[in-house]
Design a binder for this molecule. Structure first.
Ligand code: DSN
Length: 422
């Protein structure tokens, strides 16, 4: 019998330990297609679970409000230097707890409550924190929102420009959570400049693709680049704000003391390791494989008659409109889950259904790529999705069980990073 991976946890709290073990099994045996998720390496897991956890470090390296920072300062400086090197930025702040606090810090740095801010509408593929009404960013600020064109699901840059010039936002966000196509950062920069706005590129979804050279970089164009660290970048759950030197003070002051207290040093260590991994040639290969897999999966889904928003993908993500299959997104997502394929239900642009019961599902290829699956496996993945959606339409539970065992059989040959080998 293999030794338990968390022996002290098992001894202290067997109930919690059993939940962790169950999650390890679930992540090992299911095809995880949520595009914002991934598998971190064992090294990132180890760095994120260290005694760095025990230390308070309010401030920045060399300027702390607590003593005993000999090692912590070096950990944070290492993460900052690696972020600067990997993305080619002048300044990096690695302390934001996650993407939403990172974006809130941007508001604190560049706007006052009531100011106009502009971003992509959440149901069109944007993010809550880009000024959407139910978020603090849409109630404390005046959020104006752009979307995509109905006919092709693409951003209409002329319409974005017209809106920005009419509304003159203080901050213009580009990026989002359900955008399958390449973002034209240069076009956004020219709009922001004309409108007098600070351009923030929220690249949380595509940061790993940018680091690996599989998506253009916003760095030459954006005033601020905001990203989480745990999606395609494959680090621990955290975030970073990167910017030109002229904005460094405003960003740092907004993160601490403006918004946060002590940084989570164990996470900073995990980010440093992930950035080191992302600088290796193998990561470049991974980033390109993520995109190649997504394109192959999109092609296989189109062959099976699925409607994809914008007709396909340029990145890691595919947004599927299931209207023509007669199955609501939530019903399909839950059936897929029972078939061992984990996705999330999602609105599609101009969705006539509600966000909690929308028309689509959102899928992506980062996790399966991290396991080593390649384009040759994508027809099988598309087949499973198609069969599961049809089974959902017919209420055919046994068919979902058959898919679940086929999925587990394939995945057994592709062990996931950071997980015990079964
Ligand atoms: N929750 C993230 C996603 O799934 O895209 C965005 O913050």
């Amino acid at each position: 019998m293999t030794a338990h991976r968390q022996p002290a946890l098992l001894a202290t709290d067997p109930e919690l330990a059993s939940l962790v073990t169950a999650e390890e099994t679930l992540q090992a045996q299911t095809l995880r297609l949520i595009p914002s998720e991934n598998y971190v390496s064992a090294a990132v897991l180890e760095a994120s679970g260290t005694v760095l956890q025990n230390k308070y470090s309010e401030g920045y390296p060399g300027r702390r409000y607590y003593e005993g920072q000999q090692n912590i300062d070096r950990v944070e400086a290492l993460a900052v230097e690696r972020a600067k090197g990997l993305f080619g930025v002048e300044h990096a702040n690695v302390q934001p707890y996650s993407g939403s606090p990172a974006n809130l810090a941007v508001y604190l740095a560049f706007a006052k409550p009531g100011d106009t801010v502009m971003g992509m509408a959440l149901p069109m593929g944007g993010h809550l924190t880009h000024g959407w009404g139910v978020s603090a960013t849409g109630s404390w600020f005046r959020g104006v929102q752009y979307g995509v064109r109905a006919e092709d699901g693409l951003i209409d840059y002329d319409a974005v420009r017209d809106l920005a010039l009419a509304e003159r936002p203080k901050i213009l966000f580009c990026g989002g959570t359900a955008l399958p196509r390449t973002i034209d950062f240069e076009a956004f920069a020219s709009i922001a400049q004309e409108a007098g706005a600070v351009l923030v590129a929220d690249v949380a979804h595509i940061a790993g693709l940018i680091a690996g050279g599989a998506h253009p970089s916003p760095v030459p164009y954006a005033d601020v680049v905001s990203t989480t660290t745990h999606k395609t970048l494959r680090g621990p759950r955290g975030a970073m704000l990167m910017c030109k030197e002229e904005h460094a003070k405003a960003i740092d002051k907004a993160v601490f003391p403006g918004l946060q207290g002590g940084p989570h040093n164990q996470t900073t260590a995990g980010i440093a390791v992930a950035l080191h991994e992302a600088a290796q040639p193998s990561f470049t290969a991974y980033a390109h494989a993520v995109v190649a897999n997504a394109k192959a999966l999109a092609a296989a889904l189109l062959e099976r008659g699925f409607d994809l928003v914008s007709g396909g993908t340029d990145n890691h993500l595919i947004l599927m409109d299931l209207t023509s299959r007669g199955v609501p997104g939530k019903v399909a997502a839950k059936a897929l889950d029972r078939a061992g394929i984990v996705v999330n239900y999602n609105t599609v642009p101009f969705d006539p259904r509600k966000p909690f019961d929308p028309s689509g599902i959102r899928i992506g290829t980062p996790s399966l790529t991290s396991r080593g699956l390649s384009a040759e496996h994508m027809p099988a993945v598309a087949d499973w999705i198609s069969r599961a959606v049809d089974a959902a339409a017919k209420g055919d539970e046994p068919a979902l069980g058959v898919i679940r065992s086929e999925v587990a059989d394939l995945l057994a040959a592709y062990p996931a990073p950071g997980l015990p080998v079964a």
